[in-house]
Design a protein around this ligand. Structure first.
Ligand code: 6GP
Length: 802
């Protein structure tokens, strides 16, 4: 859209007056934010309505991305950018004497997700709209998002995240689109006169699912898609015997996000959440379709449903239920449609994370869904036991060991199953879903994750963005592959210096932010070494910490090193004791290092509390080193690795997840790889000959660093230090931290040396930025569109040009 600065100023003053009956200078920052958000919304309304109309008129095939998590990040700046009016609005605000960033900072960050999986879902929403794909999201409107993390005496404490306290400016409540979701009770199957089975529900607990729609604005293309988040409410005609407790029980369903990452929690309420949003989503999709179609025969040509990890896997039996019970489609026909509609992404290789539910709990909560899964299970066994044998089918049937096994259900009921990086997709076939791969090899495929450079470069990294515009023009903003033009300037010393200057500016800004948040004065000239991700043993923040301890000891011995600032951001699941112990140790190490003037000349450590999307936008542009150091074979893909690379950080990595593709993209000279490979680790497993203690005994540096955990040198970690020490030595170091220690240090030393040559460093940074375009989620969703969903992307401009 087009909007001049002057128009904006007039409209902004006008809306502020209408809303708050006051001139601008009387408004609080929060009020200014609300007014600006509302004005922005008013620009979105028309393209949103037109997009919907166009999809309906052209009978566009639509994608519905079902995800129990979404992490959209703040939306004001992103919406203004995508509408094409960010500069004008900022100029207008400046002219009014208002600071744009201060207003943007008044927006709450909807933390409706745990980590990678949720952020990926939101990147896809942004990307689908931006490439002109009819892509909708379907999720939960949690009253409270992921807990707010604080540190008390170095320990993580979890505080409620009341993100909607000031309302959520971007949502529209759609009462008239509510549906009823049925829980519990029992089901009677009664033959009707027409020969169809009639399904009669008795004694169910009915919950009203009310949708709240959020606009997903495409980049400069007039496309606005829909993210539908469901909220649980008491049924409207609940009757007089409806108690307050019942109401409370219903409200609970969408009250809080489960704070678990890659780990199924087995809680009743979680299962209710899963059925709640999948059933609501399926019902509303079918209802919309049936408004313009007499039968369900063509449904699969108009609808693709994606199951983001297994949490929405009940979409499969739920669609079967609606097709058979409500639409009177036969089993065979319903199964044909369902298979064609459904596809599934797996996001983790950790076997403990394969979601399962006790049959008792499951069948009581959703009896009809359970019946349908029983029938899926029966038919699956009937067809495949003769071919593949009882033992194998017992392992992978949807029901087994008294459990409903969600990954198997999702795989059996989807026409496509994908991992999120090549190594991960291969390991799915080899390991986690090996038996299913034997049966359905054609279903398996890889779709490497992606990120949205709009948020991470255009919004997050203004200094770099301006530099790029000046050097290679602005096409990269629409097509990030254009970043490849940067290669032409790999030896342009002026430009390399400019790149370093942009990085320095970002580092100064982050240093200021760090001071505000944790009151540590850091040196902006240090190497900024960043590890930002959930706290998990396999991600090995611990290896990073041991590296810091080694540096501490070296400096204490009098060694001089280029100054490094280690920056951590990480939340641990509240029930994950070991991860929380590591947090305590990290904070204690930070105190020790920062508090020692001999050491802090060369080494500083900050652990920023409450890491999330908004904080990532501040950290990433300032990073020099990107730590991607998981145990090879454990990290499905990673996405912070892609974001940090696009900011010109050098990746310090094991050959895991998408690190491998990053290495292939930039070449061996432009990444720092270390550590055991997945094959080597598999070898240790097979032979059973990993002896962590040998490394401790044989490597004096490792010995000394580990001893610091237990010898009292780090105050306040008696219990935690001992537990961690034991996990590594007594319990043989499940994640091969000790095995990789030496090569990790060597890689770090190479980086230290390299940093002494700023232009060579900048040249490598340039190579990373130049090759980061391929990881744009725009390309990822286009691959999903072509190969899985079978949808075509199209924007109003395409019509115009045609
Ligand atoms: C994460 C994976 O751990 C990460 O490697 C990947 O980049 C991300 O998903 C997106 O694909 N997994 C989760 O967040 C999770 O909860 C069940 O998996």
């Amino acid at each position: 859209m087009s909007l001049t600065k002057e128009q904006f100023i007039t409209e902004f003053k006008d809306i502020a007056l209408k809303l708050y009956a006051a001139p601008l200078d009387d408004l609080s920052t929060q009020q200014l934010y609300q007014a600006l958000a509302l004005l922005t919304r008013s620009y979105i309304g028309q393209p949103w309505a037109e997009t919907k109309k166009r999809y309906d008129q052209e009978e566009t095939k639509q994608v519905f991305y079902f995800s129990i998590e979404f992490l959209p990040g703040r939306l004001l700046q992103s919406n203004l950018l995508n509408l094409g009016i960010l500069s004008e609005v900022e100029a207008g605000l400046n002219e009014l004497g208002l600071r744009p960033q201060k207003i943007f900072d008044a927006e709450a960050d909807p933390g409706l997700g745990n980590g990678g999986l949720g952020r990926l879902a939101s990147a896809f929403m942004d990307a689908m709209a931006s490439v002109g794909m009819a892509g909708n999201g379907n999720g939960i409107r949690y009253q409270y998002g992921l807990f707010k993390q604080a540190f008390v005496n170095g320990y993580q404490v979890e505080l409620p995240d009341d993100w909607m306290r000031n309302g959520f400016a971007w949502e529209t409540r759609k009462e008239n689109r509510a549906v009823t979701v049925k829980f519990g009770g029992w089901v009677e199957l009664r033959p009707s006169r027409s020969g169809n089975l009639r399904v009669i529900y008795h004694n169910t607990d009915d919950v009203l699912a009310v949708p709240y729609d959020v606009a997903m604005v495409g980049y400069h293309n007039q496309v606005v898609n829909n993210l539908r988040l469901w909220s649980a409410e008491a049924p409207i005609n609940a009757g007089t015997d409806f108690t307050l407790e019942q109401k409370e029980r219903i409200n609970q369903i969408t009250q809080i996000l489960y704070p678990d990452d890659s780990d199924a929690s087995g809680k009743q309420l979680r299962l209710r959440q899963e059925y709640f949003f999948t059933s609501a989503g399926i019902q509303s999709i079918v209802r919309h379709y049936r408004r313009t179609h007499n039968s369900m025969a063509g449904f699969a040509d108009r609808v693709a449903i994606h199951i983001n990890d297994t949490h929405p896997a009940m979409a499969i039996p739920e669609l079967m239920r609606v097709l058979m019970d409500d639409e009177h489609v036969s089993w065979d026909e319903a199964w044909r449609i369902t298979l064609k509609v459904m596809s599934y992404t797996n996001h983790t290789l950790l076997s403990e994370a394969l979601e399962v539910w006790p049959i008792d709990m499951f069948s009581g909560m959703v009896p009809r869904i359970y019946q349908i899964i029983q029938e899926i299970d029966r038919r699956f066994r009937l067809v495949f036991v003769p071919q593949f044998g009882q033992a194998m089918i017992d392992r992978i049937a949807p029901l087994g060991n008294g459990q409903v096994r969600m990954a198997y259900l999702a795989s059996i009921g989807s026409h496509a199953i994908n991992g999120v990086a090549p190594i991960h997709s291969e390991l799915l076939k080899k390991d986690v879903l090996h038996d299913l791969y034997q049966i359905f090899p054609e279903r398996f495929n890889n779709k490497t994750n992606g990120i949205t450079p709009r948020r991470w470069i255009q919004i997050g990294d203004r200094p770099l963005s301006h530099l790029l515009d000046k050097k290679i023009g602005t096409t990269w903003r629409k097509n990030p592959l254009a970043l490849r033009q940067l290669h032409d300037f790999a030896d342009d010393t002026r430009f390399l210096d400019d790149l370093n200057a942009a990085k320095a500016e970002n580092k100064r800004a982050l240093a200021k932010y760090i001071d505000q948040v944790v009151h540590v004065k850091v040196d902006p000239d240090a190497i900024f070494d960043v590890q930002i991700k959930r706290l998990h043993a396999y991600k090995r923040q611990l290896l990073h910490v041991l590296g810091i301890l080694d540096a501490y000891l070296a400096i204490k011995r009098g060694e001089k090193r280029p100054k490094r600032l280690h920056i951590f951001g990480a939340k641990a699941a509240p029930s994950y004791v070991y991860a929380k112990e590591i947090i305590k140790v990290m904070n204690a190490v930070a105190d020790l290092v920062n508090g020692d003037p001999d050491v802090s000349k060369y080494l500083q450590v900050v652990f920023l509390p409450n890491y999330g999307v908004t904080m990532a936008e501040k950290i990433i542009p300032a990073a020099d080193i990107s730590e991607q150091i998981s145990t090879a074979g454990k990290e499905a893909s990673g996405t912070s690795n892609m974001k940090l690379m696009s900011a010109g950080a050098l990746t310090l990595a094991t050959l895991d997840g998408a690190n491998i593709e990053i290495k292939d993209a930039v070449g061996d000279d432009n990444v720092e790889i270390f550590g055991l490979t997945e094959e080597e680790i598999a070898g240790y497993y097979q032979r059973g000959d990993y002896h962590a203690r040998d490394f401790y005994d044989q490597d004096p540096r490792l010995h000394a660093a580990l001893d610091m955990l237990v010898n009292g040198q780090i105050p306040g970690i008696e219990t935690e230090g001992r537990d961690i020490f034991n996990s590594l030595l007594t319990y043989n170091d499940e994640y091969f931290v000790l095995a990789d220690f030496e090569s990790y240090l060597a890689a770090n030393e190479r980086l230290d040396k390299l940093y002494q040559q700023p232009r060579i460093w900048a040249k490598k940074a340039l190579a990373n930025i130049a090759e980061s375009g391929r990881f744009s989620a725009d390309f990822t969703v286009q691959r999903y569109g072509r190969e899985i969903w079978h949808v075509v992307a199209k924007t109003p401009e395409d019509d115009h040009e045609a």
